[in-house]
Design a protein around this ligand. Structure first.
Ligand code: BTN
Length: 259
């Protein structure tokens, strides 16, 4: 297996980042949060070959076996910049899709709010964790991205029916480093223009859920409806069987046979 190194990623990246790669860690999101609290600068990026306790949304875990994926977290300090975590997640989703298109020539779809799909299988998950100051402003955000680049040698186990990978391992030489660099470059390009309408246009164009019947879950609320769009602020819009529209800024969406 071709090792991921910070030098290789930096060789392919165009921007200025502070990149580190470790062999194994519990969670890059947890580690970067600790770095943020110790004063690390924006653009600090930590990659791990393997995570032993990768975190997903809603308290779930994220399967992060050695050598086959990209598991990394980016430290953001938006400060005065309007930086809704939803827009940061949207920018990350679009960045991963654009990177996959540029490096591999494949089209990924984005399942609101933070998953990327290829051929009806989840290939990437995104977890943005914000830390807020006393006035409710966003002090920093740890943006975690997990991409299944190759299928793990041991398979996806219990996730086999829902998880997929971007590429065959025969494409191996430096592919992960090139993808990593492309995601960082695309993400920071969008991060500097989060309020640009083009971001949500790109996001909508890749929407996996458009026109599908779904169940949206928010706390104890459960609404079934057809996805009719995604609002400029990132809210998912559903129309229920009575024609009533519902907007979701947070929560979780289930398709039949999907989690
Ligand atoms: C999800 O699918 O619910 C989100 C998954 C996010 C996984 C990434 S992998 C790198 C970073 N570190 C973590 O512990 N989680 C994120």
């Amino acid at each position: 297996m071709n090792k991921l190194t910070s030098q290789k990623i930096a060789d392919f990246a165009k921007g200025e980042y502070h990149i580190a790669v470790v062999d194994q860690i519990d969670s890059t999101n947890r580690a970067v949060r600790t770095m943020a609290e110790a004063g690390a600068p924006e653009g600090t990026v930590l990659f791990a070959e393997q995570q032993t306790a990768g975190k997903g949304r809603m308290g779930r875990s994220f399967f992060s076996p050695a050598g086959s994926g990209l598991y990394f977290s980016i430290l953001l300090r938006p400060q005065g910049k309007v930086a809704d975590p939803l827009k940061i997640t949207a920018a990350a989703g679009v960045a991963v899709a654009e990177a996959a298109e540029a490096v591999l020539g494949i089209d990924l779809q984005i399942k609101w709010v933070n998953d990327l799909y290829l051929a009806d299988k989840k290939v990437c998950g995104i977890l943005a964790e914000g830390a807020f100051d006393a006035k409710g402003g966003l002090n920093h955000c740890v943006l975690g991205i997990g991409i299944n680049v190759f299928a793990p040698k041991e398979g996806f186990g219990s996730l086999e029916s829902i998880a997929g990978a971007l590429a065959e391992e025969s494409l191996g030489e430096d592919l992960r480093a090139r993808l990593a660099a492309a995601v960082l470059d695309r993400f920071f390009a969008w991060y500097s223009r989060l309020e640009d309408g083009a971001l949500m246009t790109q996001y909508r164009q890749r929407s996996y859920l458009q026109d599908r019947w779904v169940t949206a879950l928010r706390g104890n609320e459960r609404i079934e409806g057809r996805v009719v769009g995604i609002r400029e602020d990132g809210a998912l819009l559903l129309e229920d069987a009575d024609g009533v529209r519902h907007a979701f800024l947070s929560g979780e969406v289930q398709l039949e046979n999907y989690r």
